[in-house]
Write a protein that binds this ligand. Structure first.
Ligand code: PML
Length: 242
């Protein structure tokens, strides 16, 4: 059955405020558009993109999910670093990524909408545009409502639903590991993900009230072109999360 990619992004006074995407059958297009249009609470501009997908890759299961709660941001970041090392990332490169996310990865010091792509050997930033970053899109769950219900019942959140899909697609496209925490000042759970450790949610990766966050993907330099093409262009549907 032909599938469509439906993407929404909203901005207010030039700042990105909301974004979401779905991969759906044509029969679900109208409901999906209405659902996405209801998401931004405040905006002055909404861009909606609907695109017919010519081919879609399929994956049986996502990365497995676990969750850890630590006493402080310091302990949480130490754990994140250990998990990166267990995923094959040299300690000093992992530290560099954590430092970058805590300061704000954009060259102007703020947050980026897309991710930093870091060379696992040198720690050099490889993303073609350091203001835009690389965006993992065209990924969704085969039955999003079912997976959302299961994930929320397991004590996780709607953000886990989207972040787990993104992290799974990144691993599928060849990322060696990833670290992320949100720029939402009220959301302090982040994660480290890789094929070795799965998707490990970690609380608190930042202090409440801190508006800085983002994502760093670790890859081998020679994989850059194929990796960016895969995360930004290839479509992926994931069947289940465990
Ligand atoms: C989780 O709760 O599983 C972590 C989600 C991190 C979301 C990051 C974001 O929303 O930008």
């Amino acid at each position: 059955m032909p599938l469509l990619s439906v993407r929404m992004r909203a901005s207010l006074e030039g700042r990105h405020v909301s974004g979401a995407e779905r991969i759906v059958t044509e029969g679900k297009l109208q409901d999906t558009v209405l659902e996405l249009l209801k998401r931004p609470r405040r905006f002055d501009n909404i861009v909606l993109t609907v695109e017919r997908l010519v081919s879609v890759d399929r994956l049986e299961t996502s990365l497995p999910v676990t969750s850890k709660t630590l006493k402080s941001v310091k302990e949480a970041r130490d754990l994140a670093l250990d998990l990166l090392v267990r995923s094959g990332i040299p300690r000093e490169i992992g530290l560099k990524a954590i430092d970058l996310l805590s300061k704000g990865p954009s060259p102007s010091g703020g947050v980026m909408r897309g991710a930093v792509v870091m060379d696992v050997e040198s720690g050099e930033r490889l993303e073609p545009d350091m203001y835009r970053g690389v965006r993992t899109v065209r990924v969704d769950w085969e039955d999003r409502d079912r997976v959302r219900e299961e994930i929320v019942r397991a004590g996780y959140t709607e953000r886990t639903l989207d972040a787990l899909a993104i992290a799974t697609k990144n691993a599928y496209c060849g990322a060696l590991a990833e670290i992320c925490w949100s720029d939402d000042p009220d959301y302090v759970t982040g994660y480290v993900a890789s094929p070795q450790i799965g998707y490990v949610r970690i609380t608190p990766l930042k202090e409440r009230g801190d508006p800085i966050g983002g994502r760093v993907y670790f890859i081998r330099r020679e994989d850059l072109e194929g990796f960016v093409e895969c995360v930004e262009r290839r479509a992926l549907i994931i069947k289940s999360w465990r």
